[in-house]
Write a protein that binds this ligand. Structure first.
Ligand SMILES: *Cc1c(COP(=O)(O)O)cnc(C)c1O
Length: 398
């Protein structure tokens, strides 16, 4: 007997589940890239992306993944030798820092470990210790997808403002875009990067950089920016092809149009609230499991937990085994532990993650939780009982 037949659920934190409507919109012949529908569609997509980002300033699109967005953003504000401050709350913070180092920046990393968000005061203190303003930018990840730590970006901005330091605040929202509340202009973020394959429910391949006037000014002051990464012609194109520095990602634009229509029809606040409620159902279940046995949430403080991804610890002997059971026996693919390696657990076997971003609803999350429950029973991993009931209460009380 095979219990995996039926609709599978890829519950990894990106690429995320894609709606049929998005896939259908992309299933078509090549459109004309010189005139017609595609052109208008692209400008509409750009302005709707700004709504999701919470900005009235600039948006640049790139053909590329999240790493491309990292490099694009950095390329417009840094010259080789510039210093950046990187508060890291997981592997993606360190990854962005490595990208900056690759462009010749000097990176000061503030490591907040793997179980806590960025502490704004510690970042502010580091800026106070830079009276000559060597530090050009602070690179912060909103939701670090490895640890599932969510940092308070508004608090970080206030702490930075209190220092009077002019460093730009640059934020990676790749995991949180369209999932966790984020308000670029209101929170005073200068540069924000995102990508399309997580909350936006579109296959990987397109990434975004949003930037305000402070960041645009910085761009105009630096000596040179590589032609491909330069955000200036992309954000202010005189001709359509400048938007992408070449051929447009034609099918992604059709997919994005439908995905943005879905988000705006639901309402951005409702999208955030849906993710929050589903995340709370997950936490309720895991807290019950944790009451006996080795399973626990990686982030203890609920305010510092992502609503789009949840990292769990279960002990080296159980994590990979549980993940395999869910996939091989039930058609549920969970995320691997990422960036959690230690000497005694070099492959992060004691960790796994739930991706719950984008096109997810209550029945999918309840199915996910009940499947993990089945795996815990099948593999004889000790756990508290009543987890599904606890999650159901969250859903019922909505
Ligand atoms: C997924 C992710 C990235 C990297 O995106 P890729 O598309 O894999 O290059 C960077 N930062 C965060 C927070 C992410 O979740």
């Amino acid at each position: 007997m095979d219990l995996t037949k039926g609709q599978p659920y890829l519950a990894i934190p990106g690429p995320s589940v894609m709606p049929e409507a998005v896939l259908r919109a992309m299933h078509r012949g090549a459109p004309n890239i010189y005139e017609g529908e595609l052109i208008d569609l692209t400008y509409g997509v750009l302005s709707d992306l700004k709504i999701v980002a919470g900005t009235v300033h600039n948006a640049a699109i790139y053909i590329g993944n999240g790493h491309a967005a990292w490099e694009a953003a950095l390329s417009n504000v840094l010259s080789p030798g510039d210093k950046v401050l990187v508060p890291a709350a997981g592997a993606f913070g360190h990854g962005w820092s490595e990208m900056a180092a690759g462009l010749g920046a000097q990176c000061d990393v503030l490591d907040f470990g793997r179980r806590a968000p960025i502490a704004a005061e510690v970042v502010a203190e580091a800026l106070r210790n830079d009276p000559t303003h060597e530090i050009k930018a602070v690179l912060a990840v909103h939701v670090d997808t490895s640890t599932s730590a969510k940092s308070d970006i508004a608090a970080l901005r206030s702490a930075l403002d209190a220092t009077g330091h002019p460093a730009l605040l640059m934020v990676d929202c790749i995991a949180s875009f369209g999932c966790d509340r984020f308000e670029m202009d209101r929170w005073g973020v200068d540069v924000m990067v995102a990508a399309c394959q997580k909350g936006l429910m579109v296959p990987p391949g397109v990434a975004f950089v949003f930037f305000n006037e402070q960041a645009a000014k910085r761009r105009s002051e630096i000596e040179r920016v590589s032609r491909y990464w330069d955000w200036q012609p992309r954000a202010n194109p005189e001709l359509y092809y400048q938007l992408f520095c070449g051929t447009a990602p034609t099918h992604h634009i059709y997919g994005l149009r439908v995905a943005l229509d879905m988000i705006l029809a639901e309402g951005l606040n409702n999208v955030w609230l849906r993710h929050e409620t589903l995340a709370k159902a997950i936490w309720a279940a895991v807290e019950v499991w944790s009451s006996e046995g080795p399973l626990e949430l990686n982030i203890a403080d609920p305010d510092a937990r992502s609503h789009a991804v949840t990292s769990l610890r279960v002990g080296k002997e159980h994590g990979t085994r549980l993940r395999r059971w869910c996939q091989d026996q039930a058609g549920l693919t969970l995320g691997i532990g990422l960036g959690m390696a230690t000497e005694e657990d070099p492959n992060s076997d004691g960790f796994f993650r739930f991706g719950h971003m984008g096109h997810v609803n209550a029945q999918m999350i309840m199915g996910l939780l009940a499947t993990v429950q089945s795996g815990l029973i099948a593999l004889d991993i000790p756990h508290g009982s009543g987890a599904i009931e606890a999650a159901a209460r969250v859903i019922a009380a909505r």
